[in-house]
Design a protein around this ligand. Structure first.
Ligand code: NAP
Length: 290
């Protein structure tokens, strides 16, 4: 059984991004936008900023109280969008319930949308055109590639259909010629569908949802889920029994999490250097190998 080591691959992606940044005349400027005091979001944003600064990205963080209005936040995002010193914008989700996240995301200029969440970037991905791709699925693909996991012709099953993870993951796997099935909360007999997979991506947000029974012997299993439990972090996959059946598996922590942050750096570089990044096939961040 192979462990898909996200920390090791992420270090390589981060080092490549840092080298690209060092070669630029002006470092990319990333505006992370954090609203309210959700503890998990605070930790995520702090980690993202720390890694970005270490790689040479200018930290243009903006923080708003939980009582910020839609209009105030919209004005701030418009201002960041129009500021040439800001090359990337990340609006940390979820937002407090009185705010319309979709409307705010749509104000991010697509070429600064380092999370790949705007309609334009989702459309580009669906149409197979260059664009900025959500960091988590892009990181999963990078991790699979780094371990030589074959995708063309493989049966791939994605559990989850969110705009952030499941849908772009399915698009990326399809682009890489896998035969893709997407499962969700209304899928009948999830275990039987998952068991068909050569490559199984679990992104449902339910701890331990994927049991050993749901995994074909020798399959590659990628666990996107992150749950804080009294016993520490765990994922959507019941790790010990599944690792006895799988051919390759991501740990939690140390699998997809580090890859997500690494791809944010890669996307931030790509957003700051659109012509260069998109002209070179096989480049990381906002690009995938066909
Ligand atoms: P989400 O928006 O809540 O989406 C969850 C998806 O799972 C939905 O499509 C839902 O189906 C589906 N689902 C729920 N219960 C299911 C069941 N019993 N069987 C099959 N499908 C089921 O979550 P998300 O943002 O995609 O995130 C998923 C997980 O990944 C979370 O644990 C999140 O914390 C984690 N995450 C990790 C990273 C990382 O860096 N490692 C990054 C992002 C997210 P319906 O559409 O039918 O409701």
């Amino acid at each position: 059984m192979t462990t898909l080591d996200g920390r090791r691959v992420a270090e390589k992606v981060v080092a490549a991004a840092a080298a690209d940044i060092a070669a630029l005349a002006r470092a990319p400027g990333l505006a992370t936008v954090l609203v309210g005091d959700d503890p998990a979001s605070e930790i995520y944003v702090r980690n993202k900023r720390r890694r970005c600064v270490a790689a040479g990205i200018r930290d243009l963080h903006r923080r708003f109280g939980a009582d910020v209005t839609q209009d105030e936040l919209a004005a701030a995002i418009r201002a960041l969008g129009g500021d040439p010193g800001v090359t990337g914008i990340l609006l940390q989700l979820p937002l407090p319930p009185h705010l319309d996240a979709d409307a705010l995301v749509s104000l991010i200029p697509p070429d600064k949308d380092v999370d790949g969440l705007t309609e334009t970037n989702a459309g580009r991905l669906a149409l197979g055109r260059p664009g900025l791709i959500p960091c988590t699925p892009l990181g999963v693909l990078e991790l699979l590639d780094a371990h030589g996991i074959a995708l063309a012709g493989a049966e791939a099953v994605v559990v989850g259909r969110s705009n952030l993870v499941g849908k772009p993951m399915a698009q990326l796997l399809l682009r890489r010629h896998a035969t893709v099935t997407v499962c969700h909360s209304r899928t009948r007999d999830l275990t039987a569908v998952c068991r068909r997979a050569d490559v199984l991506i679990a992104a449902a947000g339910i701890p331990g949802l994927i049991t050993a029974e749901a995994v074909k012997p020798g399959a590659t299993v990628v666990d996107v889920g992150i749950h804080r439990t009294p016993d520490g972090l765990r994922g959507d996959v019941d790790f010990d029994p599944v690792s006895a059946v799988a051919g390759a598996i991501t740990p939690v922590p140390g699998g997809v999490g580090p890859m997500t942050i690494a791809m944010l750096l890669a996307n931030t570089v790509a957003a700051a250097t659109p012509g260069r990044a998109r002209a070179r096939p096989g480049r990381r961040g906002g690009q995938i190998r066909e």
